[in-house]
Design a protein around this ligand. Structure first.
Ligand SMILES: Cc1cc2nc3c(=O)[nH]c(=O)nc-3n(C[C@H](O)[C@H](O)[C@H](O)COP(=O)(O)OP(=O)(O)OC[C@H]3O[C@@H](n4cnc5c(N)ncnc54)[C@H](O)[C@@H]3O)c2cc1C
Length: 468
């Protein structure tokens, strides 16, 4: 197959990227599943936007604080400054955000935001955005979308990407000759027993990067959500029991129905307490009691949660529901610069697969849809700029490299999947071990400094005594 630009992934990042590319480019979008099975469709809360200049400092600070100040400041600035442009583009393709009767945006607020700055469409903002982006892309005659088609690898030489290997729905392998490859392959939730992500999102972009020695960043930075509905089936995607439920009074219990944590502590603290309790009790979940929330409020505010519990055979008005922490979001990934270029030439990464450092160690709620689209548009602009500036790649060389590429190692789909899983999970474990080592070293230095200081104080005191 020959195409100008190959985009792997049709979540909000892949689709918005395609919309921002010139119409004369032949673009092929592939997706491992059907077009609707992506995390962008699942986003409930909303999408942040800089309301006006008066909120800039506060929005910046909230993002940095949530990220433990490990964020790339320039990425944060770019995201915030580009937000109004992205929202204007979304409205142009028909996305509807909640507004008052005078047509002004209504803003909501989530945990760790100091102000109301989140736009929303009911509790299905992601679906509203992604279905409109998809409809707009489908109208473009220069874009082809191939469902159930998987990116298996990139074809490269001397750190230049010339194409890709893909697998079609019927299992056939194909080499793709292209000018640019974009990995918009989403998160890593499918690698975890419990995750709110679609199960087919298994960090394929990250695995491909590891295989080729492409630079990674914060590969072990995973966000865990403390409370998702417990399912015995490992194939099920975890259903979120929103934090606002605890905000409204829901309680967490151990196996004997005793409270063991302050439910309103930050996400990571509550998740850790639950994990510890499960280990202590030797259980697969803890209990969440929604009965402290008045019935009317429970039904009006959380209709989807009530419906899901009932579907699973639990009546939250009368009994506790089983909950367990689950992987939710990936802050790390394939390192990219501010134009979403990876460390390999002609290979871009956007959305949750990429790490431009915007989220630091922890993502602020409702920043990810925005970040995905802001940096997807920058990738599109960068491709346009680079094409103007750079000497064209020699087509004959490219063809020769693609032709010579051997497909043998991709024939066994199961073995490849296992290999990629192992690559990513090992990289995460190694990074965890490295972080732990750094932490211990910091502690050791702090203790040594403390001892030195104590010693100096003692010597000083002794000198003073002698002098006296
Ligand atoms: C339950 C839930 C609620 C959320 N709520 C919010 C929210 O309120 N606000 C917010 O900002 N963010 C929210 N997020 C996060 C946000 O939805 C995602 O971070 C964002 O949508 C990621 O977009 P993406 O384009 O990177 O990936 P996705 O939308 O996940 O798309 C990934 C695409 O890659 C494809 N793919 C994967 N591997 C391959 C491969 N090897 N070959 C070909 N295709 C492949 C998939 O099929 C899919 O099309 C939420 C996430 C979840 C799970």
């Amino acid at each position: 197959m020959k195409t100008d630009i190959l985009i792997a992934g049709c979540g909000c990042s892949g689709l918005y990227l395609a919309l921002n590319l010139p119409r004369e480019k032949k673009i092929t979008i592939i997706t491992k599943s059907d077009v609707e099975s992506n995390d962008s469709m699942l986003a409930q809360g909303g999408i942040c936007m800089l309301k006006d200049e008066s909120d800039y400092d506060s929005y910046f600070e909230d993002t940095m604080k949530a990220g433990h100040f490990e964020n790339d400041k320039e990425s944060v600035d770019i995201m915030i400054r580009s937000s109004q442009g992205v929202i204007a583009d979304l409205e142009k393709v028909g996305v509807r955000f909640a507004k008052d009767k005078d047509g002004n945006f209504l803003f909501t607020k989530e945990g760790a935001h100091s102000h109301h700055r989140i736009l929303f469409h009911e509790d299905i903002t992601g679906k509203e955005i992604t279905t409109h982006l998809l409809a707009a892309v489908r109208e473009l005659s220069n874009v082809t979308i191939l469902e159930y088609t998987t990116l298996l690898d990139v074809i490269s030489k001397n750190n230049v990407c010339y194409g890709a290997v893909i697998r079609h729905q019927d299992g056939t392998l194909e080499k793709v000759e292209t000018d640019e490859v974009v990995m918009a392959t989403g998160g890593v939730g499918g690698l975890f027993r419990h995750s709110t992500n679609f199960r087919h999102l298994t960090g394929d972009g990250v695995a491909i990067a590891i295989k080729h020695g492409i630079r990674l960043k914060n590969v072990n930075y995973i966000q865990i959500h403390p409370t998702t509905f417990y399912s015995e089936n490992p194939e099920d995607r975890s259903f979120l029991i929103s934090e606002s439920v605890r905000g409204e009074g829901a309680k967490l219990y151990d196996k004997d129905y005793h409270r063991f944590v302050n439910e309103l502590l930050p996400r990571d603290v509550v998740s850790e307490a639950i994990q510890k309790q499960m280990k202590k009790d030797k259980t697969e979940h803890v209990w969440e009691d929604l009965r402290p929330i008045p019935t009317i409020q429970l039904k009006n505010h959380f209709p989807n949660i009530v419906e899901h519990c009932e579907e699973q055979g639990y009546d939250p008005e009368k009994e506790c529901i089983p909950v367990v922490p689950a992987q939710h979001y990936y802050m790390g990934g394939v390192w990219v610069n501010h134009e979403s270029e990876t460390s390999m030439n002609h290979l871009y990464a956007v959305g949750e697969t990429a790490c431009n450092g915007v989220h630091g160690k922890n993502r602020l709620a409702s920043n990810s849809l925005l970040e995905s689209m802001v940096f997807a548009k920058r990738a599109a602009n960068d491709m346009i700029e680079k094409e103007k500036a750079a000497a064209p790649v020699d087509e004959a060389t490219k063809k020769a490299i693609i032709d010579a590429f051997d497909l043998e190692e991709y024939k066994d789909a199961e073995a490849l999947e296992k290999k990629y899983r192992t690559l990513v999970l090992n990289a995460m474990e190694e990074a965890d071990a490295e972080d732990q080592k750094k932490l211990e070293e910091k502690k050791r230095i702090a203790e040594a400094n403390h001892e030195k200081l104590k010693h100096e104080v003692n010597v000083h005191a002794l000198d003073d005594a002698v002098n006296a």
